[in-house]
Ligand binder design. Sequence first.
Ligand SMILES: *[C@@H]1O[C@H](CO)[C@@H](O)[C@H](O)[C@H]1NC(C)=O
Ligand SMILES: *[C@@H]1O[C@H](CO)[C@@H](O)[C@H](O)[C@H]1NC(C)=O
Length: 352
Amino acid sequence: MRRSLLIFLLFAVVVLTFLLHSVSTLLALLIEDASRDAIHRSELPAPNSTLLETRPQVIPKIIHQTYINESIPAHWVPAQQSCIDLHPDYEYKLWTDAKSHDFIAKEYPWFLSTFVGYRHNIQRADAIRYFVLAHYGGVYLDLDDGCKRRLDPLLSYNAFVRRTVPTGISNDVMGATPQHPFFLRVMESLQGANRSWILPYITIMASTGPLFLSVIWKKWMGEHAHLNPDTWVGRVRVLMPDEYNQHAWSFFETYEGSSWHGKDARLIFWMGKNWLLLTVLGFVLVLTVGFLVWFVYSRLLIWSARKRRERGSPRMSALRFAGSAKVPLWRVWAGGLGLNKQSYEMVAQHDA
Ligand SMILES: *[C@@H]1O[C@H](CO)[C@@H](O)[C@H](O)[C@H]1NC(C)=O
Ligand SMILES: *[C@@H]1O[C@H](CO)[C@@H](O)[C@H](O)[C@H]1NC(C)=O
């Protein structure tokens, strides 16, 4: 086999093994269907049902939402109002940027520098929702989720999140009891996940967004798989798409953004809902770039060897090449590559 190809393949195998290992949770996430923790429709009374709810409601009656300030954009006001109107007996908390900052500074000062240091506003909007849920308990709702029925039946679970299709969970609808262990874990994981992934949207997804949350959720289930789900308070139940917004009897309906100038916010909502697609695209991109690099590298090797043969191969550089199998890319670019005749013949054989 051609030597450069062999080295490249070895290198590729090592890199791929490393990548696979580091994304193993991500891969496991792809086949996680959440069926173990799904909230079954048979557990939920019909909207306006006269059936008495006998299950204790453990999540406090609080609705949390976030926005920059108190001026909610007009196209989200109906969604916001639908939730407030249906729940007059719930406390409503709107976490503006200023209130969020004060809350973190007062209650979680160890997190303040990370919180303030986030480069993107949406990262703060993501982070604050985990903190207020862990702190006060209640239900967090994105501003584009309008309510079609009361949330009461969901209050009888210790915690719930929302399943996204085809995989993973979102952070746009979540509920929990105060100090719920899963959200405490999420809170504690934020600092470690605060890394830059060059592309802002990937950074947001992976440091605070749905991808971050889904990975922790998957690990959480793996670590506690041995516990009895019926008694484990750390269990996180999952609201499935049908119960989320697919039917007249679902809990929510999603409001589209209108001509509001904040295209960014809509893009981010969209990305939150399509993070798997974006992740897959990222992988395809990395593999494509890897292949292109290999392709160019191998073409250059052949081209350079051909040149060398035309000019005659100096003995010294031939020796040097024989001793160092790894040819640095910059030497290929610099045209200073010393291929001996033998390796050139192997190249030629395989290239024919
Ligand atoms: C529940 O009752 C309200 C008020 O009577 C009504 O507006 C709503 O359409 C009902 N929902 C369903 C799903 O029947
Ligand atoms: C709230 O934020 C929006 C968007 O940044 C801005 O246009 C608006 O003036 C702000 N409203 C107040 C009351 O500060």
